[in-house]
Ligand binder design. Structure first.
Ligand code: PLP
Length: 359
């Protein structure tokens, strides 16, 4: 049975990515060699990385003030690289605690920097986004860090404040899902395994001016300037994972780019949240509509029996990856770019059928 995969990451990628990566394993671009055996210094791989960077820039309208990096270590390594690179003595690094990943980033920063917390929604298990001003002016501060989409708790910032210090955002679970004005950010990072490609690579979009704000004495592999200078190939980059990003971005371009996918993503989220609200057996965890994530819809059943039977019903009907995170329980439907609208419609029909038979 063909499965519908709502997993939060690693997540569904377009079918064309699976087919083209499979081909590249046997013969990469008619080289007679597998992508797995090609040197990262060969013209084929150097060109492939350049092409991926160019496509990132094209799809997000990024100008030459920014550099694109593909790094090892996932988004989690960025949690430490950021404070390591940009914390100056006597300055504070500011964090917004709106979920598990945001808290992980903050905890890591505490190892290298004075820190402070601007807002914190842990008092209600991260089920809402706290109020923030449109503008801030901070003294003696390194940067402010946000997590744009809280993958586990299903909240998503729709805008960010204007600040007098660098704005750094973890966009692991909503990059490429909608238009963003990259000029408003100083550093964006995203683990690939949701909307970008296979696990194993983290994309960083860094404003070149940030390199002037760096600490000295940074271990080589943690130093952004080293990766910029070496075009993400100071050591062997995760070539295969980067290639999946290229294929995925080519697919995205064919779909009409970020503008078009945003329309589809909004529709998927709208019809699913409508059904959760309508269905007598389920409820949304995030009550405030404007805080809800377009990428990860988190909901619970109104009683334990419904939860148990609906999980079984999902498995029997080819729905996978729908379980909520262990600190919330319930359900989480991840609606990344590659998940077709029809899959969401099928799921909604199933929720209706289930209600008819179990209400
Ligand atoms: C928003 C966010 N940040 C960071 C991470 C951690 O990513 P990685 O596993 O690449 O370190 C995740 C993983 O799901 C995430 O959703």
């Amino acid at each position: 049975m063909k499965k519908i995969n709502f997993c939060s990451g690693p997540a569904i990628l377009p079918q064309s990515v699976y087919v083209d990566t499979q081909r590249s394993l046997l013969d990469f671009k008619d080289t007679g060699l597998s992508i797995l055996e090609l040197s990262h210094r060969s013209i084929y791989i150097v060109d492939m990385i350049e092409e991926t960077k160019a496509l990132v820039k094209e799809l997000l309208y990024i100008n030459d003030e920014y550099e694109i990096l593909f790094l090892h270590g996932g988004a989690s390594l960025q949690f430490c690289m950021i404070p390591y690179n940009f914390s100056l003595t006597n300055n504070t690094s500011i964090y917004t605690l709106t979920g598990q990943w945001a808290s992980n980033a903050y905890n890591e920063a505490k190892l290298f920097s004075e820190t402070s917390i601007l807002v914190d929604s842990s008092n209600q298990n991260f089920s809402y986004l706290p109020y923030i001003e449109e503008k801030y002016s901070f003294d003696n501060s390194n940067y402010i860090h946000f997590t744009s989409n809280n993958t586990i708790y299903g909240t998503q910032w729709k805008s960010f404040p204007k600040c007098n210090i660098p704005l750094i955002v973890d966009m692991s679970s909503d990059i490429f899902s909608k238009k963003i004005e990259v000029n408003n950010f100083d550093l964006i990072y995203a683990g690939a395994q949701k909307n970008l490609g296979a696990a194993g690579v983290c994309m960083v979009i860094i404003k070149k001016a940030m390199l002037e704000k760096q600490n000295k004495n940074i271990p080589t592999m943690l130093d952004y300037a080293v990766h910029v200078k070496n075009n993400s190939s100071f050591n062997t980059p995760p070539v295969f994972a980067i290639y999946t990003c290229l294929l995925n971005l080519q697919w995205l371009k064919m779909q009409g780019g970020v503008d078009k996918i945003e329309e589809i993503n909004n529709k998927k989220a709208a019809i699913l949240y409508d059904e959760i609200e309508r269905n007598s057996l389920f409820e949304c965890v995030v009550k405030n509509e404007k805080d809800r994530s377009i990428m990860n819809a988190v909901f619970v059943a109104k009683n334990n029996d419904v939860e148990k039977y609906f999980k079984k019903f999902c498995l029997e009907n080819g729905i996978v990856g729908i379980d909520g995170y262990r600190t919330i329980g319930g359900f989480r439907a991840s609606l990344y770019n590659a998940l077709p609208l029809e899959s969401v419609e099928t799921f909604i029909d199933m929720m209706k059928d289930f209600e008819t038979n179990h209400a």
